[in-house]
Design a protein around this ligand. Structure first.
Ligand code: 5GP
Length: 190
């Protein structure tokens, strides 16, 4: 997506050779028009996959997952990161390391909203080491649902997450691929 590349170039802040801050469009502020375009693109790519449910992890994946679910005409389910007092005791739970927070957190999904009848599309904002994706993929599998693929807004190709997921035979589509952040510069992969 050329428009997305342009926005990333304009608004991305390189924090280190591993981390790109995208608060202006993904992780703090949301650009509704651009986000709806991302949803349209994912819906186009996975439109023939028979998706019944879009799943993401709170919080930064929610906006683009919403846009995708809206375009596909299916519900959006987001995994919670905190157990609330209203949470059911037997929620599906996986422990995942958080790339940006440097801590381990639980991600939780209620069995009420995902079942063996579902064909699930996983959507997320950024993939680095792939821990969040792996955790959610495990939850989808434990629910007995079928994962039809993963749609990621920004793939950092110099980290191992996307490759590892593809090596499992999972279809992973990203809108923008970043080859490197070396030398204080964003280099796109294609
Ligand atoms: P992973 O589990 O793939 O290592 O990391 C995925 C999550 O960490 C993403 O959902 C994203 O929120 C966060 N993350 C990973 N790398 C970056 C980055 O370079 N910049 C920002 N802003 N978030 C990142």
């Amino acid at each position: 997506m050329e428009l997305l590349k342009q926005k990333i170039t304009e608004q991305g802040v390189i924090v280190s050779d591993q981390v790109l801050k995208l608060d202006g469009l993904l992780n703090h502020q949301v650009d509704p028009k651009l986000t709806m375009e991302m949803g349209k693109e994912f819906a186009k790519r996975f439109g023939d996959a028979g998706v019944t449910r879009v799943v993401t992890v709170e919080s930064s994946g929610i906006a683009v997952a919403f846009a995708t679910a809206y375009e596909l005409g299916v519900p959006l389910l987001f995994a919670r990161r905190k157990k609330t007092l209203l949470a059911e005791p037997d929620m599906l739970c996986e422990r995942v390391p958080s790339f940006t927070k440097g801590i381990v957190t639980d991600i939780l999904v209620s069995r009420e909203f995902i079942s063996e009848n579902d064909r699930v599309l996983f959507i997320d904002d950024i993939i680095a080491n792939g821990d969040a994706a792996r955790g959610l993929i495990k939850i989808i599998s434990r629910a007995g649902a079928e994962l039809v693929g993963a749609g990621i807004v920004v793939e950092k190709c110099f980290q191992s997450g996307a490759r590892a997921i593809r090596d499992q035979g999972i279809r992973l589509e990203s809108l923008v691929r970043i080859a490197s952040l070396d030398g204080g510069q964003i280099t796109f992969a294609d």
